[in-house]
Design a protein around this ligand. Sequence first.
Ligand code: GLN
Length: 601
Amino acid sequence: MQLPFQTYLDALHARLSGMRDGDVASYIPELAKADPDAFGICVVTTDGYAYAVGDSEQRFTIQSISKPFVYAAALADRGRDFVLGKVGVEPSGDAFNSISLNPRTGAPVNPMINAGAIATTSLVAGVDAIEQWQRIESALSVFAGRRLGVDHAVYMSESNTGFRNRAIAWMLRNFGINQDDPMPALENYFRQCALEVSCRDLAFMAATLANGGVHPLTGERAATAGEVESVLSVMSTCGMYDYAGSWLYEVGMPAKSGVGGGIIAVLPGRFGIGVFSPRLDEIGNSARGIAVCRELSRDFGLHVFGPGNTSALALNRVYSGVEAPSRRARPASVTAPLAPHAASIRYLELQGELALDGAEHISRKIAEMATEARHFILDMHRVSGMTPSASNVLHQCARHLEETGGSLVAARLPAMLTLDEIACFTDNDQAVEWCENQILAALGVAPGIPSIVLPGEFALFNGVDGASLARLESLLVRGSLKAGEVLMWAGAGDDDRLFLILTGEVSVLLSRGPRADGGEQRVATLGAGDVVGEMVLLGQATRMATVRADMAVDYLGLSRAAFEQLAVELPQLKITVLDNLARELARKLGQANQLIGALAA
Ligand code: GLN
């Protein structure tokens, strides 16, 4: 299937191909050879899907787009304070090659103009320029997810003609920003500008920034989240040179351009954009590249300060313990006192990236509900990430609820997330059972530890007369299970018995599908007095779920064939038993409908 976004990009590319504004850079002689009409666009999502159109594989030199990535390496190697002491972070409003330093400190105003970039290049780790070059080459390669190499013709061409950049390097030396001979580091700067990339590479480099510093496909970390934050900040204010203000105003994404015709733009958390088109406007930015980003931003509302996600999105739905009570079969002596309190249990189904605003919204909802509810279950299975501040807010909620006799627990926490001080359950059912037990404890009601039940006491046999019951009892065959033993497997069809539980507990489990952890969903937990596998009486030969003993279990087995035989003689017995069965199934169906209603709301 042609993806809708691909259709959009194809049309955008076709439309902007007609644009012929601007000229190929020629101040570096070798760059003048670029094909002025080459045009590629690539957009990479933070989960690594690449949308590409046009000349997306064509190689060209990265030029100034190398600057933010080398800045990331310098931050990693020297620490933020040291780097800030050498290079500022103020937008200059000057051209990229302006010969200017901060008049007060003597430091270059920011790392995106040449003066700041040349200083930054000299800051990366390495005992000499050779080691520093290896560091730069490998740092940028991790961002790209492949080994990048230098276009030697372009490097030589710039090195042979880059007198203005030499002047800048000596000026840095004069003001004490560089201590040593600045020329070897300057050659590294020329080399880094001559690294060959495609716009696909650029889109992956941008997506790595969008993805908090981790390459979406290789999974390799190119920078820490803190370094990414610093890099995106300077890209926002200084990435487009003296066009940076208008760019942020109009397009609203951190970006960087290069005189080779490339542009990257980053939408944090979503995707990275790479565009290649060598015709530059008078400021030195790719003319079509700017048009692509402007249209993308306008058509999809990508401006970082635009109307983005609202915090309310963190909370998908809320329902209560009335609609989804625990699947533990409880005696009437327990369900009766519990029923009026079921509404004080609330499930909150959360979703997406949980940040401070989302957690704040959740805490406010909990506070509103706390007048009538006390126990809150956070269903986390759709949460993809959580910031420390969000986790902190949830912990504070939990503490507050605990102090007031309530509780906050979590269920289905994804493997990469942790909530240290909050009780976490593998499924919602375990969580709600725990909450119900809290309520029962507060009420002073024992949660109904199962005791031995006599055959005649099973609800399934209600209304059966004594003589018939005696005949039925003679058909019941005693059996037992050890903890963990399986009574029946879902899909099995070779056993026609139903089971009456005398002591102990079993859980009825549905497999959650072909997952590596073999996840199981508890449908019910049954104890003494309950019946399992009763669908055989209705002619359902194949087991619908797996039943496993949670502890040692004694049961009575009743074969359908034997029951049917007896029913020939005692038809009233069959009617009474099926009547009881129908009543129980109706109750379960009502419960299931209630849950469906809550989940559909
Ligand atoms: N190597 C180029 C220079 O220093 C990079 C400039 C750019 O891409 N804006 O002139």
